[in-house]
Ligand binder design. Structure first.
Ligand code: DGN
Length: 258
């Protein structure tokens, strides 16, 4: 049985990469809904519908756990997906929140994400539930994910767009910034450059993979002695997906159209 991972496009690969690193014996079945990306500007109902469709597609494979590796989809549909399938389902918001709480010293945390994620206030609520005194500054960066989807994350344009998107933080002092969209780790260099070295950048990938590992251990679901065969699907153009995926993952992959 494999680990299902879904995203609106290539963003969830940041989580897949970390799952491969922490759980190298596990097989992954990934779907990136590139054709319908970005999810950020869509309504909650629409994102929920798309997410359930992907879950339905992935359910044709034998899965032992599912990771919703998209913050927008986690905010819109995590609860619903958990009701629909009888396997452990993880989102990426809670793991990111936990990592940020561990990292912050001044209890002043910034969150960047899509409009959908920021409007849902999912981060704010989750952070304040653990630590009511925490100050949260949320900024939607709708231009970031499309940059990554178009393979422009290492361009000069990316630096300019990132600097503009993060401009609201010029007048706000934070010590921790949550990358509340799984596409953003691909822009981490430009983001770190703008924020400066005093701000710790948190991506939820590492913490999500760690949580997955704990769940598999507790439920005796870990794979052993196994050379995993990963499958990657995209609803969009397989060539551009493959290019971004192979550079990011550092290995060649098979990519199929879904
Ligand atoms: N990668 C997704 C997220 O984490 O929210 C969304 C990107 C998008 O669809 N705009």
């Amino acid at each position: 049985h494999a680990i299902g991972i879904l995203d609106s496009g290539v963003g969830g690969l940041t989580v897949a990469k970390e799952v491969m690193r922490q759980l190298p014996q596990e097989a992954i079945i990934y779907l990136g809904d590139t054709k319908r990306c970005p999810y950020g500007p869509r309504t909650k109902e629409e994102v929920k519908k798309f997410t359930l469709e992907i879950v339905h597609f992935l359910s044709q494979f034998p899965l032992k756990a599912l990771v919703i590796a998209c913050n927008t989809a986690t905010a819109a549909a995590l609860h619903e997906v958990r009701l629909q399938i009888p396997i452990p389902v993880l989102g990426v918001i809670k793991p990111g929140v936990r990592a940020a709480i561990k990292a912050t010293k001044q209890h002043r945390i910034g969150v960047i994400g899509t409009q959908g994620t920021i409007q849902s206030q999912a981060y704010e609520q989750a952070l304040k539930r653990i630590h009511p005194e925490i100050e949260v500054y949320s900024v939607a960066c709708p231009q970031f994910a499309p940059l990554v989807e178009n393979g422009l994350h290492q361009s000069e344009l990316a630096e300019k767009v990132v600097a503009e998107g993060l401009a609201p933080f010029q007048n706000i002092s934070i010590d921790t910034l949550i990358l509340g969209c799984t596409h953003y780790p691909l822009l981490a260099e430009s983001i770190a450059k703008v924020m400066g070295e005093k701000v710790e950048i948190i991506s939820s990938a590492e913490e999500t993979a760690a949580e997955l590992s704990t769940i598999l251990q507790h439920q005796s679901l870990l794979a052993y002695d196994y050379t995993p065969d990963h499958h990657f699907f995209t609803t969009g153009d397989p060539h551009s997906f493959k290019k971004i995926a192979e550079t990011w993952l550092g290995q060649t992959i098979k990519i199929e159209q879904a």
